[in-house]
Design a protein around this ligand. Structure first.
Ligand SMILES: Nc1ncnc2c1ncn2[C@@H]1O[C@H](COP(=O)(O)OP(=O)(O)OP(=O)(O)O)[C@@H](O)[C@H]1O
Length: 345
């Protein structure tokens, strides 16, 4: 069991700085997802932790051992880290079995049963061991890449967008198989992704990265409901911002008076709501109402664009897919739960 600690890491490519003072603690046996837009530095952080890149400053510790720090450098193969890159990167000329056993000591490689065990651990049949990678589906290849990373019993596994090339169905089943295998082995995991639902569902903690810095690190429910700033709010899902007037622990808006998580300074603020907090109902005296501008149907749910009658603000609600209103109809609205207040943009 190994806690991963990253402290004050700066990294650059030539003159161009990419990471700025990164601090991160991933407690032993837990998963932290790093979420952020393309180019913000997610892979660079994995490369620093894995030992493929030397940071300009800072330390990386695995348990009690410092693997990078002033005067300290532990080679990648001695860090006990499993790395699963974006495309799996299996050796095309080797069988599945040889891919998995590649990093094992010779005696274990000969014994053979460890390969079957590892394939079964990631939800694959041991019969696949004799196939070549190009005879497997994309999801199967990703699972083989994970089996290969787990072969040396790493204490830490780094997953770099391992599910990004898979279609929706395969993605869900592969993700579950990978999560089960990682939990079974009790490893400490960093998952890099730009998929917010993947980050929220897969990880114990979510770290939102923006331009080489963490905007927020916290539990999925915390970062979703109380994002640290507008960037984190918008990055973690659809966000509805409404201008309002703060009065202690609530804000008066065109959608009624909405309670907020923390008392807001008096005056004008913007409140953040998630679309599922806006509920549609019948038109009634004293209730905010809106015209349905358009709907986007996803099957299990739908997004509804609404123009508020009070001030013509356009907001989006997420509703169940069973009862989608027609464009042009007038509906009553209510807000459930608390909002997050920000200084006006
Ligand atoms: N080998 C390199 N040489 C120079 N610049 C690089 C190199 N690798 C990455 N970069 C730059 O560093 C920045 C961070 O790249 P990085 O791959 O860490 O981002 P990322 O968040 O993982 O992106 P993505 O989600 O697209 O994989 C980017 O602007 C990228 O262009």
């Amino acid at each position: 069991m190994t806690t991963l600690r990253v402290s004050g890491v700066d990294a650059s490519y030539g003159p161009r700085p990419v990471l700025h003072g990164i601090d991160l603690v991933v407690p032993s046996g837990t998963t932290t997802a790093i979420l952020g837009p393309s180019g913000c530095g997610k892979t660079t952080l994995l490369r620093v932790v894995a030992g493929f890149q030397t940071p300009d400053a800072g330390t990386v510790q695995l348990g009690e051992q410092t693997v990078v720090g002033p005067g300290t450098w532990v080679a990648p193969e001695r860090r006990g880290i499993g790395y699963v890159p974006q495309e799996g990167n299996l050796f095309p000329h080797l069988s599945v079995g040889h891919n998995v056993s590649y990093g094992l000591p010779r005696a274990a490689r000969r014994a053979g049963h460890r390969v079957s065990e590892l394939l079964e651990l990631v939800g694959l049949s041991a019969d696949l061991a004799s196939r070549r990678p190009d005879q497997l589906s994309g999801g199967q290849q990703q699972r083989v890449a994970l089996a290969r990373a787990l072969a040396r019993r790493p204490s830490v596994v780094l997953l770099d967008e391992p599910f990004s090339s898979l279609d929706a169905g395969l993605r869900a089943s592969t993700r579950q198989a990978v999560a089960d295998a990682l939990a079974h082995e009790g490893v400490t995991v960093i998952l890099v992704t730009h998929d917010q639902s993947e980050a929220l569902s897969f990880a114990d903690e979510v770290a939102i990265m923006h331009e080489g810095r963490f905007a927020q690190v916290g539990a999925p429910t915390e970062v979703y409901a109380t994002p640290a700033d507008r960037h984190a709010a918008a990055f973690l899902g659809d966000a509805v911002f409404l201008r309002g007037r703060a009065e202690g622990t609530s804000v008066a808006t065109s959608l009624g008076t909405i309670p907020v998580h923390q008392p807001a300074p008096p005056g004008t603020v913007d409140v953040l709501l998630r679309p599922e907090q806006i509920q549609l109902g019948t038109v009634a005296e004293g209730r905010p109402c809106a015209e349905v501008l358009s709907t986007t149907y996803f099957g299990h749910d739908a997004l509804v664009a609404l123009r508020l009658q009070a001030d013509h603000t356009v907001v989006t609600a997420r509703i169940h897919g069973t009862d989608v209103p027609a464009a042009g109809s007038i509906v009553g609205l209510s807000v459930v739960g608390e909002a997050r207040a920000f200084s006006p943009a």
